[in-house]
Design a protein. Structure first.
Length: 379
């Protein structure tokens, strides 16, 4: 009996070594997965195994190291595996649909797993329904711009018109805000918003970046809104750029922020005290806020390329005044002036410097040059 069990575990280890099974079937987490769904025939990571355990109707999870495997189960895994599951359960994933990785938040990964195996939304073409006659309408909890109170607001997303509107009252005739989807970004922000289903919308209003913070009580609904926004953007871009490939358009849909966190900064004279601010890096826009949930940034810094005179240096210039509380400095050099920041620890300092340097090492697109000109004109 022990010999048979050893053989089964040995056969399982050989299956995991196959290229298709070396990463998690759901989030692509690297390294050999230590868990599997013996009912679906897939190899998964620890994090995704926790999600599968909550869907008992479709997935039975077992450890590849600690649980007993009989020969029938091992044969089932050998006959299936991650590649076959992908071909079956991801056969018709729409181009616009966001496929989360191991770096994404829980709600995105959970709804991806449920959409595949529980709802089987991608096994047949056209089964996923995000819109009704080109429109998605529903209620979301929205954070007030000034008082921070979350209240129910009606949202209407039109794929045909390429707009997202929200209404203060359910029977209101005119929307409070109308946002063009081509100027809109959406990102799941559970930690920042303090809700597992938190969604942040970002768009330009009067040449200022505006943030709206939302959530819904159900994860399926908030992820549905997120992907519906991506679908509307995809539809708009296909019409606007008919010669562009699907992959090119996909890269222009919603994006995660490159980095967020606290730093201290001083004013343009560099003699003022350093003040703690929340920073958000969105492509080449470095925005800073007094509070992470502020609707508008207190200021923005544009990060161009090294070819245009931008640079990032570790530390602060000699003789810097301002009595910084934190002592791990960063200097961003632009053609107009230098910006001084401090981080709480060396790890944060290195993280920001690495991200900044990656940005300025990239050549600017024509769109980037337009944004840069706007920043210079505004200053």
């Amino acid at each position: 009996m022990a010999g048979e069990e050893d053989r089964n575990l040995r056969d399982l280890r050989e299956l995991v070594k196959k290229h298709e099974n070396k990463t998690c079937a759901d989030c692509g987490a690297p390294a050999d997965p230590d868990w599997a769904s013996c009912s679906l025939g897939i190899f998964i990571c620890l994090s995704c195994s926790g999600i599968h355990r909550n869907i008992l109707s479709i997935s039975k999870v077992k450890s590849l190291k600690m649980d007993h495997w009989d020969e029938t189960q091992v044969q089932f895994m050998a006959q299936h595996g991650n590649a076959e599951a992908k071909a079956t359960y991801e056969a018709h994933v729409p181009v616009y649909y966001y496929q989360p990785t191991h770096l994404d938040c829980q709600v995105l990964r959970e709804q991806w797993i449920r959409a595949k195996y529980e709802r089987k939304e991608f096994k047949e073409p056209g089964k996923l329904m995000l819109f009704s006659n080109g429109t998605k309408e529903g209620n979301l909890w929205k954070r007030g711009r000034d008082n921070g109170q979350y209240l129910i607001r009606k949202f209407v997303l039109s794929e045909r018109d390429g707009t997202l509107k929200y209404y203060v009252k359910q029977d209101a005739k005119e929307p409070k805000v109308c946002i063009k989807v081509n100027a809109l970004n959406a990102t799941l922000q559970p930690e920042k918003i303090g809700n597992p289903n938190g969604l942040q919308l970002t768009y330009l209003k009067d040449n200022k970046t505006r943030h709206i913070f939302l959530y819904h009580d159900h994860g399926k609904e908030i992820v549905g809104w997120f992907n519906a926004i991506r679908a509307a953007q995809f539809h708009y871009l296909k019409v606007a750029f008919p010669m562009a490939s699907n992959d090119e358009i996909k890269c222009r849909l919603t994006r995660n922020f490159l980095r967020e966190g606290y730093m201290e900064k001083t004013g343009p004279r560099q003699t003022e005290g350093f003040k703690k601010r929340w920073f958000t890096l969105d492509h080449r826009r470095l925005m800073y806020f007094k509070d992470p949930l502020d609707a508008f940034a207190k200021g923005e810094v544009f990060l161009g390329s090294s070819d245009h005179g931008y640079d990032v240096k570790r530390g602060l210039p000699p003789g810097t005044q301002g009595n910084a509380t934190w002592h791990y400095g960063i200097t961003i050099v632009t053609p107009e002036r230098s910006y001084l920041f401090t981080c709480e620890n060396e790890s944060d300092q290195q993280g920001w410097i690495t991200t900044f340097r990656k940005i300025i090492s990239q050549s600017m697109t024509p769109q980037d040059c337009t944004v840069e000109a706007h920043f210079k004109h505004r200053s």
